[in-house]
Design a protein. Structure first.
Length: 328
């Protein structure tokens, strides 16, 4: 099947490599593990969010926008990536962040301040209506003569999700070149766009692997509904060359732990283990929880030892620094 992508910018360093994890595979005593290094998409513009921003910011530029608005947690990787991209493109940025006014300025918050982003902190209760808050910011900016562009949490709308349709095409090409028979792909789910894009891309580019999402917040039912809506909207806008009603979701629940961006000792330990066996840095919000979930599911026998698994590293290194006291 063929899919014509909408206009995009070139922000990420692509393609990101696929690497074997022999030491970790031995530690887990399960299938052979591989990792897709989307933490290599850049430095300050790093992680999975950049693939989404390539499409979102192309639309913003096409509309001659001069202000970008988005939201997220205090240490949001997406908000940081958008702030950096805005500066690179000569735009201004406004970030609506949950509960960050009492935190020290480090990690992603430091990067946001460094590149000149405007930061507005709101309470968890206010964040429940964050879309309305962002619309209010946009209206104020319009009144002041600006042309704002609002990006949802995680960049996860029908346009941003196309970034991971394109990533699925990249993965399919790499697996063919490497002659790798990957049977399962593991991806963290935080806002749903990465998983929705990969699912659509699986069917468009004939990826044989089952794509499993491990949710790092909310629950399986929430994300089944969220991803279904995203797929439907992607299809309505872009006429996807696959039947979204036939897409099978495989969401592995049970590894949210203490909650979104909150870490327990098991998650910290798995991050340390990966760092000390493979020299790869996971993050405490997404990939740490997802890797812990993968290890536990291997122990439970979900995956056949003769199968190969690809873990998608979605980035987030700056989220490690605010939690440094938990590690030693």
């Amino acid at each position: 099947m063929k899919f014509e992508f909408p206009e995009s910018l070139s922000l990420a360093h692509l393609p990101t490599p696929i690497e074997a994890l022999p030491a970790l595979s031995s530690c887990f005593e399960g299938p052979d593990l591989y990792i897709k290094r989307d933490d290599y998409t850049g430095l300050a513009l790093s992680g999975n969010k950049v693939r989404k921003l390539e499409f979102l910011l192309a639309e913003a530029k096409g509309q001659n926008c001069d202000y970008l608005i988005t939201c997220g947690g205090a240490q949001s990787n997406h908000a940081r990536a958008m702030a950096v991209a805005a500066t690179r493109l000569g735009m201004k940025s406004h970030l609506v962040l949950r509960n960050g006014d009492r935190l020290s300025i480090e990690g992603n918050l430091f990067i946001n301040r460094l590149v000149g982003a405007e930061i507005q902190y709101i309470s968890p209760e206010e964040y429940m209506r964050v879309d309305s808050v962002m619309r209010g910011v946009a209206n104020d900016l319009k009144a002041a003569g600006h042309r704002p562009y609002v990006i949802p949490e995680g960049g996860s709308n029908e346009l941003g999700s196309i970034g991971y349709v394109k990533a699925a095409m990249e993965i399919a090409q790499q697996l063919k070149q490497l002659k790798l028979d990957i049977r399962h792909i593991i991806v963290p789910i935080g806002s749903g766009g990465t998983y929705a894009g990969l699912l659509a891309g699986k069917y468009i580019y004939d990826l044989a692997a089952t794509i499993h999402g491990i949710n790092v917040c909310d629950n399986k039912n929430y994300f089944e509904n969220t991803v279904t809506r995203l797929l439907q909207r992607m299809d309505q806008r872009f006429n996807l060359p696959c039947d979204v009603a036939e897409v099978e979701m495989h969401i592995i629940d049970g590894y949210v732990g203490k909650g979104y961006a909150l870490s327990d000792q098991q998650e910290i330990d798995i991050i340390k283990q990966v760092a000390r066996t493979e020299g790869i840095l996971l993050d405490p919000v997404y990939t740490g929880k997802a890797m812990f979930g993968l290890r536990e599911e291997i122990r439970k026998g979900r995956f056949n030892k003769r199968e190969k698994i690809l873990f998608l590293h979605t980035g987030g290194i700056f989220g490690l620094f605010p939690k440094k006291n938990l590690f030693f």
